[in-house]
Write a protein that binds this ligand. Structure first.
Ligand code: G3H
Length: 529
């Protein structure tokens, strides 16, 4: 591979960020304990070497307990300022936060590129999508609140039904969307009145530093607590106390299960989880091949395949296998590798130092078991990248069939009988999405009916994706628990709770007075416009 262009002046790392604070109880606390170095797999020099970006506190169990105490005090058995605050006031805090966050766009985007190797356009997209998500959440919450600003009456009983917070939320996000996906948990959890403890992902952690002050100054103390360090040291002890009401995690089911199992009363724990997936593409004989290739390229390789929604296995019908593989291989080999800020690049350095070796291991195993690399560049390596390989024929004994590869390797299987991909999907541990390529409505219709029961989104002639964020994002089996979307997340982080009263003179008079006095924040028919 050719050498990469020089790094633009404004994007060079001149001063590493040595973060020595963590946010607990509204205070940016000084840290002089152990620290962890943060580096990028992107080289700043011609001769390859990792770039030191800075360091973060390695918070320990004692800080975890401090954060938990702060969140518990802010919740205050449901009596806290935040959980009982008027909806309109909580919205105001969120608006203050998002405005302060917008000022940090350039800083956060630069760190996104360095820390996780995401391309510049996609890094901007991640930031802007998150800001839009926050504004949309505010609007959705206003609508939700307006819809509850009323009394219902059934069988002589009045009810004023709203959605209330659940309590204390422990929030853990993934490295591939360290801003967006973490915030799609944190923001709805907060706005619904919960108090939170948040630990950023292992990669994509320094980018939280520019936002610490915004968190500190926008919300009452103890409502947002931010810790740094290792999940096991921080999250485990917090879960063991049994004080967490919601585990909000986007990551692997093994991490989620390990945490859930530490909670002494898991029946009390709500789980909002976005987990692993192995979304297949199914290509029928009459598929429009150019379109299919284009969608399979973005589906398998945007952000080097490091998306839970990525297409991670391709089933192609025998009749068009040859032509598809030829076109697909050519398209993969024309993709351009470069640093995130380089012009017109498609593939970028992998942020996990061990990832190229892991992908190599999958590739070697597949080759040993009879597969071939279909594209010319497949498997070529530089220190921080391995070129995507299309691997065919893939068989079930290969590791790449079983593992969620989360990186640039694309297993392909050909089929004659459509029951093969369907049976494989039914037997799989995952159930997030599928992409179905074809035109014949008589072939598509029964397939759609079945696939809709195997996964939670059937993408017709389109790659899999989470967005637009107003649509439900969820999965079956090991792929998710609860549903996320701008609207659904508000529901996931709250519970229906209501005031009921029999239609009697005394009650009606009392409620009339209550409404007039306007002293209850819960019992209110005020409209937020
Ligand atoms: O990692 C999984 C993300 O939810 C994928 O989101 O489809 O917008 O890339 P996306």
């Amino acid at each position: 591979m050719e050498s990469l262009p020089a790094i633009p002046e404004n994007l060079q790392i001149k001063e590493p960020i040595h973060l020595r604070h963590y946010l607990v109880n509204g205070e940016l606390k000084d840290w002089d304990g152990p620290t962890s170095e943060i580096f990028s797999t992107i080289s700043s020099t011609k001769e390859y070497q990792k770039t030191i970006l800075g360091s973060i506190p390695t918070n320990q169990e004692s800080e975890a307990m401090e954060a938990l105490d702060a969140a518990t005090t802010a919740w205050d058995q449901g009596k806290g300022l935040w959980p009982t605050m008027k909806v309109k006031d909580r919205i105001e805090c969120m608006e203050t936060f998002v405005k302060k966050m917008e000022e940090k766009r350039e800083e956060v985007v630069k760190l996104l590129m360095w820390e996780i190797g995401k391309s510049q356009p996609d890094s901007y997209k991640e930031f802007d999508r998150t800001v839009t998500y926050i504004y949309d959440t505010i609007e959705a919450y206003k609508t939700l609140d307006r819809n509850s600003a009323k009394f219902e009456k059934y069988q002589g009983v009045y009810a004023h039904i709203r959605r209330g917070p659940l309590g204390i939320v422990l929030c853990l996000g993934p490295y591939n969307y360290p801003l967006n996906e973490t915030f799609t948990l944190l923001i709805p959890a907060l706005i619904m009145g919960n108090t939170t403890i948040f630990k950023p992902a292992k990669h994509g952690v320094l980018l939280i530093a520019p936002l610490l002050e915004a968190f500190q100054t926008s919300f009452p103390k103890g409502v947002v607590n931010i810790l740094f360090g290792r999940g096991r040291a921080i999250a485990g002890p917090i879960m063991k106390t049994g004080k967490v009401d919601v585990l909000a995690l986007i990551g692997h089911s093994s991490s989620a299960n390990a945490l859930v199992n530490q909670h002494p009363k898991s029946n009390r724990l709500r789980q909002v989880l976005g987990l692993e997936a192995k979304n297949p593409a199914i290509i029928l004989p009459d598929a429009d091949l150019d379109l299919t290739v284009k969608e399979c390229i973005s589906g398998t390789l945007s952000y080097d395949g490091q998306r839970c929604t990525a297409l991670k296995i391709i089933y192609v019908h025998e009749e068009i296998k040859k032509e598809f593989l030829k076109k697909f291989a050519k398209a993969v080999d024309t993709l351009k590798f470069g640093n995130p800020w380089d012009e017109g690049i498609d593939l970028t350095p992998l942020p996990e130092p061990g990832k190229p070796d892991y992908i190599q291991e999958l590739l070697d195993d597949a080759l040993e078991k009879g597969a071939k690399i279909v594209n010319k560049n497949g498997g070529k390596r530089v220190p921080n990248f391995i070129w995507p390989s299309i691997v065919y024929p893939t068989t079930k004994d290969m590791k790449v069939y079983e593992d969620e590869q989360f990186g640039p390797i694309i297993p392909v299987i050909s089929f004659e009988d459509i029951s093969q991909p369907l049976d494989d999907m039914a037997a799989s541990n995952y159930g997030q999405q599928v992409s179905l390529f074809g035109k014949d409505v008589y072939a598509l219709s029964p397939l759609i009916d079945t696939l809709a029961n195997l996964v939670c989104r059937v993408n017709l002639n389109s790659s899999c994706q989470r967005g637009p964020d107003v649509y439900p994002f969820t999965g079956r089996k090991d792929s998710a628990q609860s549903t996320l979307s701008v609207n659904d997340a508000l529901r996931s982080f709250s519970i229906r709770t209501f005031v009921a009263f029999k239609d009697t003179e005394l009650n009606n008079e009392t409620i009339g007075q209550l409404m007039e006095a306007k002293v209850s924040n819960f019992l209110s028919t005020d409209y937020i416009l």
